[in-house]
Ligand binder design. Structure first.
Ligand code: FCB
Length: 454
């Protein structure tokens, strides 16, 4: 008879992960690369946006960031030392095609060649994202994502990148979080390019989805064999109270955040309730657009940080009383990941799901060469546990990536918010592995030892 398993629940539940599960860490180009004006790189809308007074909380920019372009080998060694089998990164479009159309920048392409080859040499699968928000500024001058012309520019860019790197990467995601680019970039204007117009925002969302679908078709037609997908920021949306008004507000928010993207990607078109709500702000859709958007995907990337609690009127809610919050002000709510994944599987014919981002910002300090970020360790452990719960219930999840490998430029919050498994001292660019990085490394080592035949 077997002795009862006395290991903690977390250890037991993570036995569930298949031995070929993809464990990774994630970054994005603008947030870490720096070298903003070197080697022929063009300007991006985020380079520009950082110069708008007041746009970035600490007045910082991406000019230097983590100086990753100059420290590529050191950083790839850090990736490898964690023992991950995948690294998710993005290409800066203006680094490889400075104006967003026409000429390619050989030095920019050479950098990503080195990045991809460096990962492969270290036994790490490259997960490439084409667009993590840093649109070439020249394309913004001709209308940016609000212009249908940008759709064609993106498809050309996708094809050019796939021709160069597609044979060596394990996955290509078209866009990272179209909701953020559309709504924060064009409705609230908090993010680049800083437009405040709901009609424009909805047209941008449509163009992002359309360009995703057309890019998938074009890459497949070119014979690109890398698995193709998109990355969405998704969350369960929970009413702030039991009132009918709050339930209706939450339902609408679910429509705007989740269904507005998931429904058309899976062939259902745009949700009727949200269209009715938008009225004249509903985007203009050409014949054939919806069919293009629904191009079959090989994987769906899901970024999960927290749930959304929504009420009809702003104000405190009782739902989150006593909850723990991260430095971003985001509630720590691991069960939301399980709920979300079950819901996606229930409502859509999903391809394999990859958690392409999950992580937390906390106030970290280096003390005697160590960063004791126990709260981040707990966050990761609980979310990986929640993921194991979803797997146990049959949700097809094939990978999980921590946001982020390294502290970096957190958009409008600047460098003050630290999400890394590795701490960066921005004065010296010194990298220090945090306790969370050690914890993830040791967890992955245990996963690997399980994978080895006894
Ligand atoms: C996501 C972004 C990523 C990072 C995390 C904290 O919305 O994709 O770049 O900023 O949030």
């Amino acid at each position: 008879m077997n002795a009862p398993d006395s290991r903690p629940t977390f250890e037991r539940s993570t036995d569930l992960f298949p031995t070929d599960f993809v464990w990774g860490v994630a970054t994005s180009a603008f947030q870490i690369e720096g070298a903003a004006r070197e080697d022929g790189k063009g300007e991006s809308i985020w380079d520009r946006f950082c110069r708008v007074p007041g746009a970035i909380a600490d007045g910082s920019t991406g000019e230097v960031a983590c100086d990753h372009v100059h420290r590529l080998d050191e950083d790839l060694d850090l990736v490898a030392a964690l023992g991950v089998n995948a690294y998710r990164f993005s290409l800066a479009w203006p680094r490889v095609q400075p104006g967003g159309r026409g000429a390619w920048n050989a030095r920019g392409l050479a950098f990503y060649d080195r990045l991809v080859d460096g990962l492969l040499e270290r036994g790490v699968q490259p997960y490439l994202t084409l667009n993590h928000w840093d649109l070439p500024a020249e394309l913004q001058d001709t209308g940016g994502w609000a212009s249908r012309d940008t759709v064609g520019r993106f498809v050309d860019y996708a094809v050019g990148v796939a021709d160069r790197l597609g044979d060596r990467v394990s996955a290509i995601a078209t866009h990272n979080e179209p909701w953020v680019m559309a709504m924060l970039g064009h409705e609230t204007g908090e993010f680049a390019p800083g437009v405040r117009n709901r009609r424009t925002a909805m047209q941008v969302a449509h163009h992002l989805l359309l360009s995703h679908g057309l890019a998938l078709q074009a890459l497949r037609a070119r014979g690109c064999r890398a698995p193709l997908g998109i990355v969405l920021n998704l969350a369960p949306v929970v009413p702030a109270s039991g009132s009918d008004e709050d339930a209706a507000a939450a339902r609408l928010e679910d429509g705007r955040l989740v269904r507005w993207y998931m429904d058309p990607l899976f062939g259902h078109g745009y949700p009727a309730d949200v269209r009715a709500h938008l009225g004249a702000d509903t985007p203009h859709v050409h014949d054939g657009d919806l069919a293009a958007i629904a191009a079959p995907m090989d994987f769906l990337g899901v970024n999960y940080y927290s749930r959304n609690v929504v009420g009809a009127a702003p104000g405190p809610d009782r739902v989150r009383a006593g909850a723990e919050f991260t430095e971003m002000g985001w509630e720590v709510y691991p069960a939301g990941l399980t709920d979300l994944l079950l819901r996606l599987q229930r409502d859509y014919p999903v391809p394999p799901l990859v958690i392409t981002e999950n992580g937390a910002a906390f106030r970290d300090e280096v003390v005697d060469g160590r960063v004791h970020d126990a709260a981040r360790v707990a966050y990761l452990e609980r979310h990986i546990g929640a993921l194991a719960d979803a797997l146990a219930l049959g949700v097809p999840v094939s990978g999980y990536m921590v946001w982020s490998l390294i502290d970096n430029f957190e958009w409008t919050r600047g460098y003050a918010k630290r999400f890394g498994l590795i701490h960066v001292d921005y004065a010296t660019q010194r990298r220090t592995l945090k306790d969370s990085g050690r914890w993830y490394r040791d967890f992955l080592a245990r996963q690997r030892s399980r994978a080895r035949p006894a």
